[in-house]
Write a protein of this length. Structure first.
Lengths: 363, 310
C-alpha cells in the first residue's frame, strides 16, 4: 500500500467514525437535552465555580431524566474560552451556561455561529437573540454585610480584597461602604486589587497587607478562602465570598454571601424543553433566592443579628434599596440625589467609589 | 517617622516570608547549575512537592511529615529528570520544560480530592521579648521555622560550594567535566546527586506555599515562582548570598505593591502588579551588560551533555 492509498483508507475510516458519532449524537439529542457549563475556576474552589456546579447538580437531580450535563472547569477568560464554548456547541449542547464576566465576548462570537444553540452568560450585559444574561444582585448581600462589619470593627478599618475593577465588584464595594458608614460613620474601607479571581497566595498576601495596615475585618471579592485563613491566623474577622467558607476560619468567618444558581438553571432548562425560552436579562436578589447569607457567626451580638435580619427583610420587601440617595462620590459630588434610588443601569455601569473608600478606582 | 516605622515593620516581615519559597528553589537550582546541569523543571518539582506535602500533612496531621514527603516527592521528580538527561543523554532544556508541564498536570491530578481542604497551619516561633521589638521584631524573631531554615541554607550552601572539598569537586564537574572525569571523579553520579538536592529544595519550596504560606492546595498555586527562582540564579551570578538579595528584592516588591494599594496612593494596580517582574528584567539586563562577570561565574559546562566514554 503506498502512502496515498493509505491516506485515502484512513480518510474513509475517519469519515465512517464521524458519521457514526453524528448518528449517535443525533439520537441522544432527541432523547435528552445536552446542557453545557463553562467555569472560570476549578469546581473544587469552594467558591464561585463550586456554587455554579452545585446549581448544575441540582439541575441534574431535578431533570435528570430529560437532560444530560457537561462541564468544563478552569477555563481562562479570553481566547481559550471561545475554543471551549465552540467545542461544547459543536458537540451538540443545545443550552450552554458561561459563568464568568470575561466569557462575554467569546460567548457572543460562538452564539453567532450557532443560532440553534441557546446561551446563557452570567454577570455580563451583552445579549443576542440566542444569548440571555443572568446575574445575582450580589450588592444586596454586601449591604447587609456592611452593617454587620460596621458593628464588629474596632479599628474602623475594613480591608477589602478585590479582583478586577468591573462594575459588579465596584457596586459591591460601594454598597458595603454605604451600609458601613450608616452604622459607623468613622469607618473606612481600604482596597487591594489582586487582578485575579483565584490566586490563593496573592489573596493571602493582600489580606495580610491590609491587616498590617490596621484592618480588623477582611471582606473579599475573590474566590479562594485564603483571605479567611489569613484573618483566622491573626484572630480577626472575615466575610466569605460565593459559598460558606466557615471551615477555613471557624472563628473568623462572620458570614458569607452565597450564590444560589440551582433554581435559575432548572427554570431556564425547563423553558428550553417546552420551547418557551427567549433571550432576556435576569437579575435576581434575596427575593428571587439567587443569593443568601451563610449562617452567622455565634460571636455576632444579638442586636446586630436582628439589625441584619431586618435589613435583609426590608430589601426583600422593597422597603430598602442598597443605593438610596443622597450618595456622594469620593470627590464629594452628589451622584444619586436625595430621595432617589439608583437605577439598574446606574448600578451596572458604576465607575466611581463612594465616600469612605480609601484609594482611587483604576480606570 | 513613627508611621513610616509602622509601615516598614510588617512589610519587612511579609517580605521575608514571600522570599522564602524563592530562596529554597533558587538555592537548589544554583547547586544543580554549579554541577553543570540546567534543570528548567523547578516549577514542576515545586508543584509536585506542594501537592505531596499537602496530601501527607492532611492525612497524618503532621506538617513535619508533610515537608518530608515534599522533599521526597521533589527528589523523585528530579530523579526522573536526572535519569533522562544524565542516563539517556536527553536534551536538558527540553527535558526541563517537559518536567514543568508534567509537574503541572500531575500535581493537578493528584490533588483533585484535596482542593479547598483545610490543613493546620505551621505555628510561628515567637521569642518572648525579641519578637515584640519595634520594626525588626516580627521580621527577625516572629517567623516560622522554615523562614529561618531558608536563611540558614544560604551560608550552608556557600560554605559547601566554596569551602568544602565536596563542593570543589562539584564545581570542577560543572566547569570542565572532561577534566574532572580524567581525574577519576564520577561526573554522572555527582551531577545526579546535585539534581536530587535541587529536587528536594524545590519540593520544600512548594510545600512552604501549600502548608505554610497559604495552608491549602490549589492547582498551579506556585504561579510562576519556579521561573522566578530560575531567573534569580542568573540574577545572582551563581552566588548564594546574591540569591538571598534577589529573593528579598522580589519578595519586597511583591509585598510593597499591596501595601501601597491599601494606603490608597494613586498608582494603577496593574502597574504595581507588574513591578516585581519588571525589577527582575531590569536587574538581569543590568548584570548582563558585564559579560566578564557572567562568564567568570557561569559554570562552563552548564547544560552540556557528558558521556563518560566519549
Amino acid at each position: 500500500m503506498n502512502r496515498r492509498t493509505l491516506g485515502k483508507a484512513l480518510l474513509g475510516v475517519a469519515g465512517a467514525v464521524v458519521a457514526l458519532a453524528v448518528g449517535t449524537g443525533g439520537a441522544a439529542a432527541q432523547e435528552k437535552l445536552k446542557v453545557g457549563f463553562v467555569y472560570v475556576g476549578p469546581i473544587s474552589d469552594h467558591g464561585y465555580s463550586f456554587q455554579h456546579d452545585q446549581g448544575r447538580l441540582e439541575l441534574e437531580k431535578a431533570l435528570g431524566d430529560k437532560v444530560t450535563t457537561t462541564y468544563v472547569e478552569n477555563v481562562p477568560e479570553g481566547a481559550d474560552a471561545e475554543r471551549v464554548i465552540e467545542q461544547l456547541a459543536a458537540q451538540g449542547h443545545k443550552l450552554i451556561f458561561t459563568t464568568s464576566f470575561g466569557f462575554m465576548n467569546p460567548t457572543l462570537k460562538v452564539a453567532q455561529r450557532h443560532p440553534d444553540v441557546k446561551f446563557e452568560h452570567a454577570t455580563g450585559y451583552k445579549r443576542a437573540a440566542n444569548v440571555a444574561t443572568y446575574s445575582a444582585r450580589f450588592y444586596e448581600g454586601r449591604t447587609v454585610v456592611g452593617q454587620i462589619v460596621g458593628k464588629m470593627t474596632k479599628s474602623n478599618i475594613i480591608g477589602y480584597v478585590a479582583s478586577f475593577p468591573i462594575p459588579e465588584v465596584v457596586s459591591g464595594i460601594n454598597a458595603l461602604t454605604l451600609a458601613l458608614r450608616e452604622v459607623n460613620p468613622k469607618a473606612e474601607v481600604r482596597i487591594v486589587w489582586v487582578n485575579s479571581w483565584y490566586d490563593p497566595p496573592k489573596e493571602a498576601e493582600a489580606a495580610k497587607a491590609l491587616i498590617d495596615q490596621g484592618a480588623d475585618v477582611i471582606v473579599q471579592h475573590t474566590d479562594s478562602p485564603a483571605p479567611i485563613q489569613a484573618a483566622e491566623e491573626r484572630g480577626l474577622w472575615a466575610v466569605g465570598q460565593s459559598s460558606d467558607m466557615t471551615r477555613f476560619g471557624p472563628k473568623a468567618h462572620l458570614t458569607a454571601i452565597v450564590d444560589d444558581w440551582g433554581g435559575y438553571y432548572i427554570q431556564r432548562t425547563k423553558m428550553v424543553l417546552d420551547g418557551t425560552w427567549k433571550s432576556e436579562d435576569t437579575w435576581g436578589g434575596f427575593k428571587d433566592k439567587m443569593l443568601y447569607l451563610a449562617p452567622f457567626n455565634p460571636a455576632i451580638p444579638a442586636d446586630v443579628v436582628a439589625m441584619a435580619d431586618k435589613t435583609k427583610a426590608d430589601i426583600m420587601s422593597g422597603a430598602r434599596h442598597s443605593f438610596t440617595g443622597p450618595i456622594k462620590d469620593q470627590s464629594g459630588k452628589v451622584v444619586i440625589p436625595a430621595g432617589q434610588k439608583a437605577t439598574d443601569e446606574q448600578i451596572l455601569k458604576m465607575d466611581y467609589f463612594v465616600e469612605g473608600v480609601v484609594g482611587r478606582l483604576p480606570k | 517617622m513613627n508611621e513610616v516605622l509602622q509601615f516598614l515593620g510588617p512589610v519587612l516581615a511579609a517580605m521575608l516570608t514571600a522570599a522564602t519559597p524563592l530562596l529554597f528553589a533558587a538555592l537548589g537550582e544554583l547547586v544543580v547549575e554549579k554541577a553543570g546541569v540546567l534543570n528548567l523543571g523547578v516549577e514542576g518539582m515545586m508543584l509536585v512537592g506542594a501537592v505531596c506535602g499537602f496530601m501527607v500533612a492532611v492525612n497524618t496531621g503532621s506538617s513535619t511529615l508533610g515537608f518530608g514527603a515534599a522533599m521526597l516527592a521533589g527528589m523523585v521528580t528530579a530523579a526522573l529528570f536526572g535519569l533522562l538527561t544524565l542516563g539517556l543523554l536527553a536534551n536538558q532544556v527540553a527535558t526541563g520544560l517537559a518536567l514543568t508541564l508534567f509537574g503541572v498536570g500531575l500535581s493537578a491530578l493528584m490533588g483533585q480530592g484535596y482542593v479547598g481542604r483545610p490543613v493546620a497551619d505551621v505555628p510561628e516561633l515567637r521569642i518572648p521579648g525579641l519578637s515584640d521589638l519595634p520594626v525588626i521584631g516580627q521580621a527577625l524573631f516572629g517567623q516560622d521555622a522554615l523562614v529561618y531554615l531558608g536563611l540558614a541554607m544560604v551560608p550552608a550552601v556557600h560554605w559547601f560550594l566554596f569551602s568544602s572539598r565536596a563542593g570543589l569537586v562539584l564545581r570542577a564537574v560543572g566547569e570542565n567535566h572532561a577534566a574532572a572525569h580524567a581525574l577519576g571523579y564520577k561526573v554522572l553520579r555527582i551531577r545526579f546527586l546535585a539534581v536530587l538536592f535541587g529536587g528536594a529544595m524545590a519540593g520544600i519550596a512548594g510545600a512552604y506555599l501549600s502548608l505554610d504560606y497559604t495552608p491549602m492546595w490549589a492547582e498551579n498555586m506556585t504561579a510562576g515562582r519556579g521561573w522566578i527562582a530560575l531567573a534569580l540564579v542568573v540574577f545572582a551570578t551563581w552566588k548564594p548570598v546574591r540569591v538571598l538579595a534577589g529573593a528579598w528584592l522580589f519578595g519586597g516588591v511583591t509585598i510593597a505593591q499591596l501595601h501601597i494599594q491599601g494606603h490608597g496612593f494613586a498608582v494603577p494596580a496593574q502597574l504595581l502588579s507588574m513591578l516585581p517582574y519588571l525589577a527582575t528584567v531590569l536587574v538581569l539586563v543590568a548584570i548582563s551588560r558585564d559579560v566578564a562577570r557572567i562568564r567568570l561565574n557561569a559554570p562552563a559546562c552548564l547544560g552540556k551533555v557528558f558521556h563518560p566514554d566519549a
